[in-house]
Every structure is written in C-alpha cells, then in structure tokens.
Design a protein around this ligand. Structure first.
Ligand SMILES: [Zn+2]
Length: 497
C-alpha cells in the first residue's frame, strides 16, 4: 500500500480534497458512462468535484490505485440482509417438504421469532459488511419473513440504521410488513391466510420509522416501504402503501410476477396476474420497485413500461432456482428501467452481472442483444433511477462520492483490454480493493470500519447451525434434519476418536 493510501482512516472522510487515479475511471457525460484512461476523480466532503484528466486545483492527497477501475459504487435494491437459506434448498426439493412453507401445525402452535433481536441486528451488520466487500455502496435490504413471527421489527431496523452509519453504507430501510402468509394444508397444497389489521399496523410502524430515521448518519439512511410480496398483501394494504409512499416521497418495493405459486395464488384471489390487478387499481407507477419479473407476461411487462415501474433483476438467485428474466434485453427495449439485486449469497454484484449476461443471451438465443455495459448500467444508473437519485450511480461533479475501486491486476483476473468487459466476465467482487461512501473510507484492503468480518463469520455460522436445528418443527410431518437436508454425498464420520 502506498503512503497516501495508508494515511486514509477507515470509517472517516479524509480532510480536504482527495484525488484518486487509476488506469481506468468510469466517467459520465450526457447521461451515459464513459471510460477515461488514466483518469482522475477529486472529491471533498462527500461530493465529487472533478472527473477527468489533469486536475489543476490543489489537493490534500493524491492516491494512485494502479491498474484498476475507479467505478461508481454498485447499487443493490434486493440486498440479502439475513443468513441466506435459499442455499439450503438448492439440492433439496420440493420446497414445501423441506421446511420452506409453514405447515398448518406450526401456524396453529403460533409462529415464533426464530432469532433474537440481537441476532437480527447482527445479521444486518454482517450482511452490510459483505455488501461493502463487494463494492456495493447503496443497499435496500431484503430478508425472508418465513423465519419471523410475522413482519420485521422496528428495533432491528433501528439497529440496522446504526450499523449502516457505523460501517458507512448508504441504505434504504424500513421493516417489511404483510397482511397474509402461505400455509401448507397438506402435501403440495399451499393456501394463503390473511390478517389485514396486522398489515396495517406494520405499515404504520414503517411510516413512523421512516419519518424518524430519514436523513440520519449524514443522510446515509433513507426510507423505502417494503410490503413483503404481492400474494400476501391485500388491496387495502397496497393502496395505503402507495398513498404513504407519495406522502413521504419514498419508493415502495413489492415482489411480484416472480414465481409460479404467486401467479397461481393471485389468479385465484383476484382473477388476473398481479401487475394487471394493480394496474386496474391505479397502483403501478414510478414509485414502485418490483423484483423479479421472472414470471411476467408480455402484458405485465407492457404495463411496467407504460407506468414507469422499475424491475429489480437478481439473475443469480433466479437462475439457480431455474427461472430467468425473459429477457433483460427485451425489457430494456420496451423502455423498462432495470435495477440489480443480489438477493442471495454470495452478495456479489459482479457475479450477478455475469449471470445476467449469460441468462439473457440464453433467453435471447443470440449473443448480440445485450452487452457487459448494459448490465453495468443496471447496477449503477438503473438502481439510481429506480430510487429517484440523480446524484448516485455515476461519477460526475456534484454527484455523491460513492466509489468502488476494482483491481484489474488481481491474480484471478484474465488479461484485459476493456475494464468493464473484464469485470463482468470475471464475475467476482473479490477484486474490490477500496470503497468510499459519501466520501468516507468504508472499505480498504478488505478491512471495514465497525465490524471484524472474520469474527462475524464465526458468529454467523453458529446462528445458522441453531436455525437449522429448528427446521423439523416447521416442516411437514416433522422429519429429522438429516432427512430434510440430505448430504451431497454419503457422510463418513471418524469412529475411532
Ligand atoms: Zn427478491
């Protein structure tokens, strides 16, 4: 590390103007990114002052990152914030038999919180650390309500806001709420149950949370409403959510057009797809951010385009589960704004960009309708547009200094001629060497302020082991853990010890 680099203090904004340079800088002109060879970025007090060549003003320090790409920080609008459990189901099917839907017996016994408030607070801090390690500077967290008594809690989100402030991550927060849930009546038969009042109470709590937390930690914390998913929301809840989003000047995220169970449930309840149902109610607008659109019909996508709904594309988790957005390029062509999300572990946006490129080309049946730059745009400009933040997602004078530095010389990287193609096809956030958020040093040389990730990883494993031990009582007919999660190969234990 150079002396100038060493002088940067984790968790602090460097005093005065900082000039950073590298073999490549992602600049921005007339609404689109540019590549500046041996470019320079100057920032001060959280704001970018200059992007270009040969800055003529005075600076307090000059840092050369060498053969690297200085990039806008990545924006993740479906950022995993609990311990990922989708990986438990990867080779264990069907989901309803593997503890992924509440059996009636569990509902009747009274669902309970699987984690303590301390564990929930820890999970978010740990997740935020993983996001920063991967060059993600803005995150809208997502977690599974399946492990909760009902919705998320204000207490854990107060802790999340503080974690974001201490680690230095830009976040869009509020506890997720819902008016219903899915229950397994008998093998393979899943039905929705509703308690609308509970949803209204959750929305009320989320509104007061946003009013109280917005702007905290130097404006790193802002609000986003998060009704959990469309099939467990009543029309009343979504109408009130949209009205609250308008009043608060925030967006709301709603998972829809994303799964076969959801599509079937919504058709049974409302007689159409979710986007058609909500369009009729006048609830589709640019206030809505809608992961994942993998089960969207042509009509659904046309309604998204017409009403300014943003999609959040999470190709890794979708593809791993056997579905894809069909297709990324076709949605772009329709004029739909696409943001990106990680939504699962690893919280690696560059990996998602690679999977997004691959799945798009498979869906298109052609290699020439999508480029690495299109995916990179979604993870930067697309995310900023979905949030209504023209000051994020690009490096330009006046924008916030949210910056990720990706090392192009890392041993795992192939020789390159174009940094964006190299990073997207390289498919790994492990090459992230520094992250600035609002001008603050949030990650440097894989170290973070506010958390020791090695220790945290041990703690996360212990929590995960405890969670898995609780699976039988929440699975149909209460099978043993070894039956729910069969090993990839037969396990041989050491019987001599
Ligand atoms: Zn999602």
């Amino acid at each position: 590390m150079s002396e100038a680099l060493q002088s940067l203090a984790l968790g602090r904004r460097p005093e005065g103007r900082t000039l950073i340079t590298a073999s490549w800088v992602v600049g921005h002109t007339d609404g689109s990114h540019r590549l500046l060879q041996n470019g320079e970025v100057v920032f001060e007090n959280g704001e970018i002052l200059f992007v270009g060549h040969r800055f003529s003003g005075e600076v307090a320090r000059r840092i050369d990152f060498g053969n690297a790409l200085i990039s806008p920080g990545l924006i993740d609008l479906d950022a995993l914030s609990d311990l990922d459990t989708t990986i438990l189901g990867i080779d264990n099917h069907p989901g309803w038999a593997k503890g992924r839907v509440w059996p009636r017996s569990y509902v009747e016994a009274g669902p309970y919180e699987m984690y303590s408030q301390e564990e929930l607070a820890f999970q978010k801090r740990f997740a935020f650390g993983q996001l920063l390690l991967n060059g993600i500077t803005t995150a809208a967290p997502i977690a599974s309500l399946f492990y909760r008594e009902w919705g998320e809690t204000v207490a854990e989100f107060d802790a999340a806001a503080d974690a974001a402030g201490e680690l230095g991550l830009r976040v869009y927060l509020s506890p997720a709420y819902r008016s219903g849930g899915m229950v397994l009546e008998k093998p393979g038969q899943i039905v929705p149950i509703f308690d609308e009042e509970r949803g209204f109470q959750g929305l009320k709590d989320a509104i007061s949370y946003i009013e109280r937390q917005t702007g905290r930690h130097g404006d790193l914390v802002r609000g986003m409403l998060a009704p959990d998913r469309v099939e467990t929301s009543t029309l009343g809840l979504l109408q009130r959510t949209d009205a609250a989003a308008r009043d608060l000047g925030v967006k709301f995220r709603l998972h829809m057009a994303q799964g076969a169970m959801e599509v079937d449930t919504v058709r049974m309840l409302h007689g159409s797809t979710a986007p058609v149902w909500l369009a009729k109610a006048g609830l589709l607008s640019d206030r809505m951010i809608a992961p994942h659109a993998t089960n969207a019909t042509g009509e659904d996508l046309a309604l998204y385009a017409e009403n300014g709904v943003s999609i959040v594309h999470c190709p890794l988790v979708s593809g791993r589960g056997g579905s894809t957005l069909n297709s990324f390029s076709a949605c772009r062509k329709r004029g739909i704004n696409i943001a990106m999300g990680t939504d699962t572990t690893p919280a690696d946006m560059l990996m998602n960009l690679l999977v997004g490129l691959i799945t798009c080309r498979i869906n298109d049946g052609a290699p020439d309708r999508v480029t690495s730059a299109d995916l990179f745009d979604a993870a930067t400009i697309g995310g900023a547009r979905a949030l209504g933040r023209p000051d994020l997602g690009h490096l330009s004078p006046g924008a916030r200094a949210d910056i990720a530095v990706f090392d192009l010389d890392d041993e795992i990287m192939a020789p390159s001629i174009d940094p964006i193609t190299t990073l997207v096809t390289g498919g790994s956030g492990k090459v992230t060497s520094a992250v600035f958020v609002d001008g603050r040093v949030s990650m440097l040389d894989r170290k973070l302020a506010g958390i020791d990730m090695r220790k945290a990883r041990v703690q996360a494993q212990a929590q995960y082991d405890r969670l898995i031990a609780k699976y039988p009582e929440r699975s149909w007919n209460n099978p043993a853990v070894s039956e729910i999660f069969s090993p990839s190969y037969p396990i041989e234990v050491d019987t001599h010890g």
